[in-house]
Design a protein around this ligand. Sequence first.
Ligand SMILES: *[C@@H]1O[C@H](CO)[C@@H](O)[C@H](O)[C@H]1NC(C)=O
Ligand SMILES: *[C@@H]1O[C@H](CO)[C@@H](O)[C@H](O)[C@H]1NC(C)=O
Ligand SMILES: *[C@@H]1O[C@H](CO)[C@@H](O)[C@H](O)[C@H]1NC(C)=O
Ligand SMILES: *[C@@H]1O[C@H](CO)[C@@H](O)[C@H](O)[C@H]1NC(C)=O
Ligand SMILES: *[C@@H]1O[C@H](CO)[C@@H](O)[C@H](O)[C@H]1NC(C)=O
Ligand SMILES: *[C@@H]1O[C@H](CO)[C@@H](O)[C@H](O)[C@H]1NC(C)=O
Ligand SMILES: *[C@@H]1O[C@H](CO)[C@@H](O)[C@H](O)[C@H]1NC(C)=O
Ligand SMILES: *[C@@H]1O[C@H](CO)[C@@H](O)[C@H](O)[C@H]1NC(C)=O
Ligand SMILES: *[C@@H]1O[C@H](CO)[C@@H](O)[C@H](O)[C@H]1NC(C)=O
Ligand SMILES: *[C@@H]1O[C@H](CO)[C@@H](O)[C@H](O)[C@H]1NC(C)=O
Ligand SMILES: *[C@@H]1O[C@H](CO)[C@@H](O)[C@H](O)[C@H]1NC(C)=O
Ligand SMILES: *[C@@H]1O[C@H](CO)[C@@H](O)[C@H](O)[C@H]1NC(C)=O
Length: 482
Amino acid sequence: MKKESLHFSSRILLLTIVTSHSLASTQPRCHEDERSALLEFKTTFFTKKHPCCHVKYTRTPVEQSKVEFWNASEGKTQSDCCSWTGVECDKVSGHVIGLDLSCSCLSGKINSNTSIFRLLRLRSLNLALNDFNCPIPPTVGNLSSLRDLNFSMSNFTGHISHSLRNLTRLVHLDLSFNDLNGTIPTYFGSILNLENLDLVSNSLTGEIPSSLGNLIQLTTLSLGVNQLTGEIPSSIGDLIQLTDIDLQHNRLVGEIPLSFQNLLELRVLYLVSNRLSGEIPSFLGRLTQLVQISLSFNQFHGAIPSTIFQLQGLQALDLTSNKLSGTVKLDMFSEAKNLQELMLSSNKLSLIVETNITQQFRFLCLGSCNLNSFPEFLQDQNDLLVLDLSSNNISGQVPKWFLNVSTENLILLNLSGNFLTSFAQDPVIFKWKKLFEADLGFNELQGSVPIPPPLIEFYFISNNSSQRNIATLMQSKLYLYD
Ligand SMILES: *[C@@H]1O[C@H](CO)[C@@H](O)[C@H](O)[C@H]1NC(C)=O
Ligand SMILES: *[C@@H]1O[C@H](CO)[C@@H](O)[C@H](O)[C@H]1NC(C)=O
Ligand SMILES: *[C@@H]1O[C@H](CO)[C@@H](O)[C@H](O)[C@H]1NC(C)=O
Ligand SMILES: *[C@@H]1O[C@H](CO)[C@@H](O)[C@H](O)[C@H]1NC(C)=O
Ligand SMILES: *[C@@H]1O[C@H](CO)[C@@H](O)[C@H](O)[C@H]1NC(C)=O
Ligand SMILES: *[C@@H]1O[C@H](CO)[C@@H](O)[C@H](O)[C@H]1NC(C)=O
Ligand SMILES: *[C@@H]1O[C@H](CO)[C@@H](O)[C@H](O)[C@H]1NC(C)=O
Ligand SMILES: *[C@@H]1O[C@H](CO)[C@@H](O)[C@H](O)[C@H]1NC(C)=O
Ligand SMILES: *[C@@H]1O[C@H](CO)[C@@H](O)[C@H](O)[C@H]1NC(C)=O
Ligand SMILES: *[C@@H]1O[C@H](CO)[C@@H](O)[C@H](O)[C@H]1NC(C)=O
Ligand SMILES: *[C@@H]1O[C@H](CO)[C@@H](O)[C@H](O)[C@H]1NC(C)=O
Ligand SMILES: *[C@@H]1O[C@H](CO)[C@@H](O)[C@H](O)[C@H]1NC(C)=O
């Protein structure tokens, strides 16, 4: 027995030496069948004229397809496909296990015969940012070892292939920004290792399958910008690892499920632009990891629950354009020291603004919040990019100090729909260096028109009582209502 175990451990030792030796010097060359599958892919696939992959997705412009570096000739290293750009081999077996052809200028239809689907040991396949303009071929289901599948932004069309059912080991599935239609397959709910599911920006219809509630490893669920209908399934609340939910721009109805109170890891709740209703649930205030709550452009009613004001980590709260009512005191948010985006416009809220506001905001949208004057705390706001005080009850003169607010950063200013009569000085030259869009319309402004900075692109000022001097601005980029 003793001898046997000694023998055994020395075998392990030997094995360790052999493996570390092979790692250090002679990595196995790639396998011939896999090399020819890759070369076949290179020759049968045609690549677009350059530049092919939009610069906005890459740091540097992509001038050449990765496959152009794949070299058939019998050079010493060139013929080892494991050394080719975008190809990853298993260090021990030499089998191709990873293929990253993202942003590779590939253009043309792939189908079930396409040779890369013969690389049966692939664990990772990234074809993002190409242009295939065809359905996802069913043979992708043969790659049953896949952990990562990324087909984002590749112009795939049609239904989501039935054969993805076979990919039970998937951890990351990204089919975002394609033209996929049909419903989200119910069988996605049996890919139990999934951590990220990203179907954003397709044309998917039907309801969110409640089977997704089985995916207990899921951390991000991104189904935004589709045409999904029905209610948010209560089962989504079973996904207690979720950190990010993105269901924006769909046609979802009903309330935020009560089961969401279980989502204690949730950081981002993004439900913008649906037809959701009911009250904003007060349990959100107990999801202490929340950083962003975006519920704008829905039909939520009632008061903003006071629990939300206790979320210390909150950075963005966007409730624009709902049917919320009640009184909000801005200093209720004093616990949320990092709150940078507060958007409450277009509700039926009454805002009470104290002077002792400590946060530095970047987005502050307080349109139709029943304000009677310019909130004085704005004097200390230097980081503001967007300031919306439209449709309030602010009357009289625009104070001098207001023209000093965030002069380095402000991009958008909306003062429309108030009762402003004049500026404290005349003529007024706006000092906001980066101002891009200004709306002073629907006030009672008289006197000369404020002179916008050179960068301005949109400047609305019409429908005030007097519009003298407008003519002098006509050469610049002045836009009028009608
Ligand atoms: C292919 O390999 C040969 C021999 O090693 C080399 O001369 C040639 O430049 C390579 N071609 C490309 C496109 O890399
Ligand atoms: C795949 O290859 C087979 C045999 O060469 C051929 O009959 C079939 O039409 C091909 N399928 C597609 C989709 O190109
Ligand atoms: C997707 O395919 C269509 C049809 O060929 C084409 O007009 C369009 O430019 C493609 N889109 C992208 C992003 O490649
Ligand atoms: C690949 O998948 C097709 C069906 O999509 C199947 O007919 C074929 O047998 C599979 N090949 C391998 C090697 O698994
Ligand atoms: C599913 O994967 C197995 C290998 O695990 C393969 O034999 C079979 O053909 C695949 N089925 C489909 C529909 O791709
Ligand atoms: C898929 O690829 C795109 C483009 O490179 C990238 O932005 C995205 O993060 C990738 N998705 C995953 C899940 O890694
Ligand atoms: C789905 O997309 C395919 C391919 O673009 C198209 O032929 C089909 O009509 C679409 N189906 C629906 C219901 O829109
Ligand atoms: C701000 O002032 C109000 C009224 O003066 C006070 O009730 C509140 O506690 C103050 N908030 C902070 C954060 O100091
Ligand atoms: C300013 O706000 C009003 C109403 O609140 C809105 O109609 C208008 O489009 C806004 N202007 C800009 C430039 O966003
Ligand atoms: C609007 O302001 C005027 C004068 O400042 C005031 O008389 C009026 O009550 C205010 N209206 C509302 C709805 O607050
Ligand atoms: C506005 O800022 C300028 C400096 O840029 C300063 O001289 C002036 O006093 C400030 N005005 C007000 C009312 O704060
Ligand atoms: C400007 O205001 C008047 C009076 O309030 C209104 O009749 C007219 O429709 C407004 N013009 C535009 C372009 O909205």
